[in-house]
Design a binder for this molecule. Structure first.
Ligand SMILES: C[S@@+](CC[C@H](N)C(=O)[O-])C[C@H]1O[C@@H](n2cnc3c(N)ncnc32)[C@H](O)[C@@H]1O
Length: 251
């Protein structure tokens, strides 16, 4: 199965937790984003595009999956904002000579066939002094194990998959309750999905790579940007986390 085939059934059917996304964006851009041109690369449900637009940005979302493009428009209508959504593959992104003030790509590059090449094709569309924010899977000592278990899962009978997804999502629900009640940890942003879908995404996705901090810092450097590590690990567990890096294009 191709990545676009996978995401047509997933990542598109949950209600948007828009307030969490607005808070997330205002944390990254406390100065606001009003009037800035934003490219949401791998826009998924479209909820980040919608949140940027609610904050006054001029937004383009691109995604390889037709259903994500349609869903983006549906959600923009629901929130009564204007956004443009286009079907594009990040590896061969063709937006002619369009340039953006902000490029935001969360949880996407590691699902493309070549994360570094996709990064390069995005960076070409960033204005001087523009900001690029990406989140990609962190490579750890057990990344190989995760990839092995993903291949095993994908070959398993459907019955096993559904038991695994049900059981796994109940365990994560429990971890979330424990974190919230006993450790007083906030539930982190669900990005338009739930624990069942998170596990399905983790094991079912056809293509996934893991990356080190140094590797990603080099991508920024090679594409003319200074960068900082914003968050070393976003998830419940380091080995299943994204990390977030923010770059600024030099003049
Ligand atoms: C895990 S979802 C993340 C969605 C969104 N960025 C978010 O954080 O809510 C990954 C998204 O990347 C898209 N995607 C995967 N490979 C892509 C590619 N080569 N080009 C464009 N989009 C891609 C998928 O269709 C899916 O919508």
């Amino acid at each position: 199965m191709e990545v676009d085939g996978f995401y047509k059934d997933h990542w598109t059917k949950y209600p948007l937790e828009i307030q969490g996304v607005l808070d997330h964006l205002l944390e990254i851009f406390p100065e606001g984003v009003g009037g800035r041109r934003v490219l949401d690369a791998g826009s998924g449900s479209g909820m980040v595009s919608v949140a940027f637009a609610l904050l006054g940005a001029d937004v383009t979302g691109v995604d390889i999956t037709d259903q994500c493009v349609q869903n983006g428009y549906k959600n923009a209508n629901r929130f009564n904002v204007d956004c443009r959504f286009l079907k594009r593959n990040l590896i061969s992104l063709d937006l002619e000579d369009e340039k953006f003030d902000i490029i935001y790509s969360w949880g996407v590059l590691h699902h493309t066939e070549d994360a570094k090449a996709s990064f390069r094709s995005l960076a070409k569309h960033l204005k001087s002094n523009g900001d690029m924010i990406i989140a990609v899977y962190l490579k750890t000592g057990i990344s190989r194990f995760w990839n092995f278990s993903r291949i095993f899962y994908q070959k398993a009978p459907e019955k096993f998959k559904s038991i695994f997804l049900e059981g796994g999502s109940r365990i994560l629900d429990f971890v979330d309750i424990f974190n919230r009640l006993l450790l007083k940890k906030q539930r982190y942003m669900m990005r338009g999905t739930d624990n069942y879908e998170i596990i399905n995404d983790w094991f079912g996705v056809p293509h996934r790579t893991f990356h080190t901090y140094e590797e990603v810092f080099r991508w920024f450097e090679e594409n003319g940007m200074d960068c900082v590590l914003v968050n070393p690990a976003t998830g419940r567990f380091k080995s299943t986390s994204n990390f977030v890096v923010r770059g600024k294009k030099r003049e």
